[in-house]
Design a protein around this ligand. Structure first.
Ligand code: DC
Length: 239
């Protein structure tokens, strides 16, 4: 019977948009038979709910009242992550430009963060091994995570990756939007974007996803987060 290494514990992957977090987080989780949690998708689903309710994203009180009434569900299979809002699949809708604009003010509301962080912690507690990506995973959501990685990349490189990911042609516009969100995310009072004191910082400007993934595999092994999982075969990490 083939034996493979499986992840035990939490890998916290933080950093700004366009650093390649999602790609490598999903691949790392799939490689290691672990769950995958995209916390940004939860904030995006909340922002979509706010927009659909016709609420001004800048009106913190109305935003909170709306988000409290939303049913956001996130699936953690790295092979097929899902996100639903009030029972409907919103995986595509949460990537639309109006949601991307609304998500920074929505995610800056302290009480909205408290609601979503509580949900994130429940998901993390239920998983034997999980790769969690976001902005505040190492600092707030899972401060005891045995491995925290903070990904960075130059703004130009991040804008280019984001434009490709979102299928947008206007590179200058994407760069302005990326920089605007960085500014909002790192200057907000509630859980601003910053590396945890004990995070490993990895600059991905000159690295492709495979190289970043290799660096993460090495860190996971160094930290002793692998257990031998019997009974797995065919595809790495799959029962
Ligand atoms: O990773 P993303 O671009 O899908 O994230 C969407 C937004 O959600 C981003 O502007 C920052 C916010 N976010 C956050 O505040 N905290 C997280 N843990 C994840 C995302």
């Amino acid at each position: 019977m083939l034996q493979v290494d499986a992840l035990r514990g939490v890998v916290a992957l933080d950093g700004p948009s366009g650093t390649g977090k999602s790609t490598v987080a999903r691949r790392l989780a799939a490689d290691l038979g672990a769950r995958y949690l995209d916390t940004g998708a939860m904030y995006r689903a909340a922002a979509l709910g706010v927009l659909r309710a016709g609420v001004d994203p800048a009106d913190a009180g109305a935003v909170l009242a709306t988000v409290e009434g939303l049913d956001i569900h996130i699936g953690t299979d790295p092979g097929a992550p899902t996100v639903t809002l009030d029972g409907a699949d919103v995986a595509r809708a949460i990537r639309d430009a109006p949601v991307t604009s609304a998500v920074s003010p929505v995610s800056a509301v302290t009480e909205v963060r408290a609601l979503l962080v509580a949900q994130q912690r429940r998901i993390i507690d239920d998983a034997a091994g999980i790769v969690v990506e976001g902005r505040d995973i190492g600092t707030v959501v899972a401060p005891d995570a045995p491995l925290k990685v903070f990904l960075t990349a130059s703004p130009a490189q991040r804008a280019q990756r984001r434009a490709i990911q979102d299928g947008v042609q206007d590179l200058a516009g994407v760069r302005r939007s990326v920089e605007r969100r960085d500014r909002l995310d790192s200057t907000r009072t509630a859980s601003p974007l910053r590396p945890a004191a004990d995070a490993v910082e990895l600059d991905t400007t000159e690295l492709d996803a495979t190289e970043v993934l290799a660096a993460l595999h090495e860190l996971v092994a160094q930290r002793g987060l692998l257990v031998v999982a019997p009974g797995m075969s065919a595809q790495r990490g799959r029962p």
